[in-house]
Design a protein around this ligand. Structure first.
Ligand code: SF4
Length: 367
């Protein structure tokens, strides 16, 4: 199996009690079957604490006021302290690491919902990229037999072209995103018409195009629903999308209020304000670089998943609009860049309901 690993993946170290937004607070931690059995059979002094803290029926750790029952007041894990790291369940052992399998390829990435990962991404010396190595792990390819290798090749190629496009600093940042969105709609049409071999080729235009209307093979006027899409950044679309975001499942109590206040802030400022322009087209190269990396993180997490569901356009738009929404969050609130990134990710990426809602949101706009 080929392992494609995000830079820094193996170097990640949890900062535990120093963490400003612990993954042990606010989330229900699901326990795998093997760990459940191990916890049930544990004996010794710590066994009663552990067994009282586990809900065997719901297969998760119990919580008190949103805190995992194993989380001590000093911010450390009682289970890990008493029984060691080997006793952690899969969820706690893996997080914030994320694995995505495609037949004989495994992609390993770090999720932005962890403040320490967000901090790593913000480091000017951190370059978003991957290393590859062969691994002898013997996963059964049959398990992923619905993975179309030909389509996957095309998506990987397209993704590389998009990744290069987001770094084209000679173009305005939003133009780069819009060009990628235009390529995605073209890719979706190729997929829908069965022209899989055109998917990667479509993105070759991203190397040289200088605006979103010459980033696609088909004339834009032929794209039926273009005006209803969020491909080029549009103020009204952005404001409506914030209402949609406010209505998503709230994993963070403040989420609906935060998104509403972002909308109120920009509605007061208006589309021709300096606040809107600077929020969406940051003049600082340092800030642009961060948003390039944020985009890459979402692109690498979501795009190739369309090999399983065919939602090329919607998945690409999740990457594009996640960046745009984080830009607006950062500009309109007191949140630091790091906080805006991990709070957004916590809200969206750890809820299947929210990810599916985003896919439907973007899918519907192209009919
Ligand atoms: S969110 Fe990240 S840094 Fe914080 S406790 Fe969890 S793994 Fe550690």
């Amino acid at each position: 199996m080929l392992i494609r690993k995000q830079n820094g993946f193996d170097d990640f170290v949890c900062i535990a009690d120093q963490c400003p937004k612990s993954c042990c607070i606010g989330w229900q931690i699901v326990i795998d079957e093997s760990s459940l059995g191990k916890y049930k059979d544990t004996t010794g002094d710590f066994a009663p604490t552990l067994q009282n803290g586990v809900d065997q029926g719901e297969k998760c750790f119990r919580q008190t006021a949103g805190r995992c029952a194993m989380l001590r007041n000093d911010g450390l894990c009682d289970l890990q302290k008493n029984l060691g790291e080997d006793y952690l369940c899969d969820t706690c052992r893996l997080y914030p690491r994320h694995e995505e399998d495609f037949l004989d390829l495994r992609e390993e990435t770090l999720t932005l919902s962890c403040p320490e990962v967000a901090r790593m991404l913000l480091d000017p010396d951190y370059e978003y990229g991957f290393t590859e190595e062969e691994d002898e792990r013997s996963d059964d390819p049959e398990e992923y037999s619905d993975c179309d290798l030909f389509l996957l090749d095309e998506l990987e190629y397209a993704r590389e072209k998009m990744a290069a496009c987001i770094k084209r600093r000679e173009l305005p940042f939003q133009e780069r995103l819009s060009m990628i969105g235009a390529a995605a709609i073209d890719m979706q049409y190729s997929y829908d018409f069965g022209d899989i071999d055109l998917i990667g080729k479509t993105c070759e235009r991203l190397d040289k195009a200088d605006s979103f209307d010459n980033a696609v093979d088909i004339p834009l006027e032929e794209i039926e629903h273009l005006n209803a899409t969020g491909i080029p950044l549009d103020f009204s679309y952005a404001m409506e999308s914030l209402t949609f975001l406010a209505g998503l499942e709230a994993l963070e109590e403040d989420w609906p209020n935060t998104t509403r206040s972002i909308k109120e802030y920009f509605m007061k400022k208006g589309s021709s304000s300096d606040a809107w322009k600077e929020a969406t087209e940051p003049s600082s190269i340092q800030i642009q670089t961060v948003f390039e990396k944020v985009f890459l993180s979402f692109l690498y997490t979501y795009l190739c998943g369309s090999v399983y569901d065919g939602q090329i356009y919607a998945r690409c738009m999740i990457a594009i609009w996640s960046v745009r929404w984080i830009m607006l969050m950062f500009a309109a609130t007191d949140l630091t860049m790091e906080q805006a990134i991990y709070l957004y990710s916590r809200q969206i990426e750890h809820s299947d309901e929210n990810i599916n809602a985003l896919i439907s949101f973007f899918e519907e706009e192209i009919g």
